[in-house]
Design a protein around this ligand. Structure first.
Ligand code: SAH
Length: 487
């Protein structure tokens, strides 16, 4: 069967500005033909195993020529593949999307177009500039400052000045002086507000509010580099009042989030939402242990100390052709809300969650609340080589239990990361600390700040000299809160 090409806008950078359709197509594609402007945040979402053709640069570090890109799309589609052509911003806004469709059409290849949020609107929005406002303008103009090869940039400056609207310039860092001179020569007031926004919507976004007269100087003095949007118009003056992005509580804080590869990046997303510059570092990998045969029928209480334990166990139930009904009559204890939520995904509501989310409290509170006693038979479905704190409590209190490993963690090789490049490193489990230390290949992290989810994790981090802060509660929300407070 013939393949199909989706021309997809990836938006300006922040991955949460991706459309739902773009996200689905990225997940379903056989091959993704990717541009230079697509942010790393978004390329990280491409499933492992999907073929990626990076046309933003080739071996010589030059981008693949447009004609060749057009051919690649045809070739891949003719192999019967579902091709996603992923482009920064919107594919039709200075994105050569039209050129790419021509060859597809003449080769009879079917295609669809998915619009994206264009940087000329998004970067201003993240700088607190509404591109239109009834008190200031009645038109909005998108202009490229980059002429087609060999051509000269000829703009109708007179018309632009006369319209008195908001002018957004793409690809204009090098042309800033020429553009400003052109506008002023056509009669624009040199004091007309202007803005320069580099890396819009990304954690390293920079913004300079200036005037058209000083716009080129602002670009030069601040060392502004592509990608950047230049803007001219009265609305630029609103940035002072409306900027929200630079005011975010964690703006500029560089955070390394260590976490298992499979976990959803909830902590990362929460911190990004607070303005942090987040790097995800999946230093540990979880692997479900198979074959297993926990013979859970003979137990009265199932105890889970992590979401991974839940997922491994319920996956196994499914492999056995069973579902949650097999647990009818059993009581379920979970170490904390995240584990309980994981159980809910399989239709199971935890019967017991301690007030404080760690092994010691889980063990002690189950006993003190009368949830378990000597008559019970417990099965602890957890990681291989789990800590002994909870089992020691069971031993002391004559509680019968079986410690049953259902998953194990292994470490991911260091990818050339330097701890000192970050303001803080977050650890959400003891094994994350171990994983990070192992993958970093060193043991002394004095002076490096670490935010830990709980006491056990903190103790592990202290062994390696980290400057440790512990979250008040063992939850992702509480960690995000702590980071904001201690900033
Ligand atoms: N199709 C893209 C534009 C491609 S042209 C879109 O709709 O956004 C490339 C230009 O887009 C860059 O030179 C710059 O002017 C602008 N651009 C793209 N991403 C940007 C970003 N994150 N911040 C500021 N400008 C950006």
């Amino acid at each position: 069967m013939a393949g199909k090409v989706y021309l997809v806008g990836a938006g300006p950078g922040d991955r949460e500005l991706l459309t739902l359709k773009a996200k689905r197509l990225i997940e379903e594609a056989d091959v993704i033909v990717c541009d230079r402007l697509v942010s790393g945040d978004i390329t990280d979402m491409i499933p492992v195993g999907t073929q990626v053709i990076d046309v933003g640069k080739n071996a010589g570090n030059h981008p693949v020529p447009q004609e060749r890109i057009n051919e690649i799309l045809v070739e891949e589609a003719e192999k019967g593949k579902t091709v996603v052509r992923l482009k920064g911003g919107d594919p039709f806004v200075f994105g050569r999307g039209g050129e790419e469709l021509e060859l597809l059409r003449s080769n009879g290849i079917s295609f669809q177009v998915v619009p994206g949020i264009t940087s000329g609107v998004a970067a201003p929005a993240y700088a607190g500039i509404p591109v239109t406002h009834r008190d200031f303008c009645s038109s909005l103009h998108f202009i490229t400052g980059h002429a087609k090869k060999g051509g000269d940039l000829k703009l109708a400056y007179d018309a632009l000045v006369r319209l008195d609207g908001t002018i957004v310039f793409y690809m204009s860092v090098a042309a800033a002086g020429k553009l400003a001179d052109g506008l002023m020569a056509a009669g624009m007031n040199p004091d007309m507000p202007a803005a320069v926004i580099e890396n819009g919507t990304r954690p390293n976004q920079r913004k300079v509010i200036t005037t058209v007269e000083k716009m080129a100087e602002a670009v030069r003095e601040n060392g502004i580099k592509s990608p950047a949007i230049l803007m001219v118009g009265k609305v630029c003056s609103l940035s002072e009042n409306f900027d929200w992005f630079d005011d975010l509580p964690l703006k500029g804080v560089k955070v390394l989030v260590t976490q298992p590869r499979k976990k959803a990046s909830t902590l990362g997303d929460k911190l990004k939402n607070l303005g942090a510059d987040v790097t995800m570092y999946p230093c540990i990998r979880t692997e479900y242990i198979r074959p297993i045969n926990p013979e859970f029928d003979s137990f009265t209480v199932l105890v889970f100390t992590s979401a991974e334990g839940i997922h491994s166990f319920f996956d196994w139930l499914k492999e056995e052709g069973l579902d949650s009904r097999a647990l009818s009559g059993k009581r379920i204890a979970c170490i904390g809300p995240a584990t309980a939520r994981a159980a809910e995904m399989y239709g199971i509501r935890a019967d017991f969650v301690p007030d404080v989310y760690d092994g010691v409290h889980l063990g002690n509170e189950m006993i003190s609340a009368g949830f378990i006693n000597e008559e019970d038979r417990l099965i602890l479905l957890r990681a291989e080589k789990g800590t002994e704190e909870i089992t020691a409590i069971f031993d002391e209190n004559n509680i019968l239990y079986t410690d049953y490993p259902v998953y194990r963690t292994s470490y991911v090789e260091n990818e050339g990361l330097n701890a000192e490049d970050f303001d803080v490193i977050t650890f959400t489990s003891k094994s994350c600390v171990e994983g990070f230390v192992k993958s970093a290949g060193r043991k002394d992290f004095s002076g490096v700040k670490a935010l830990c989810i709980g006491q056990k994790t903190a103790e592990e981090a202290l062994k390696y000299g980290f400057d440790v802060t512990v979250s008040d509660k063992a939850t992702i929300d509480s960690m995000a809160c702590k980071l904001t407070e201690t900033r």
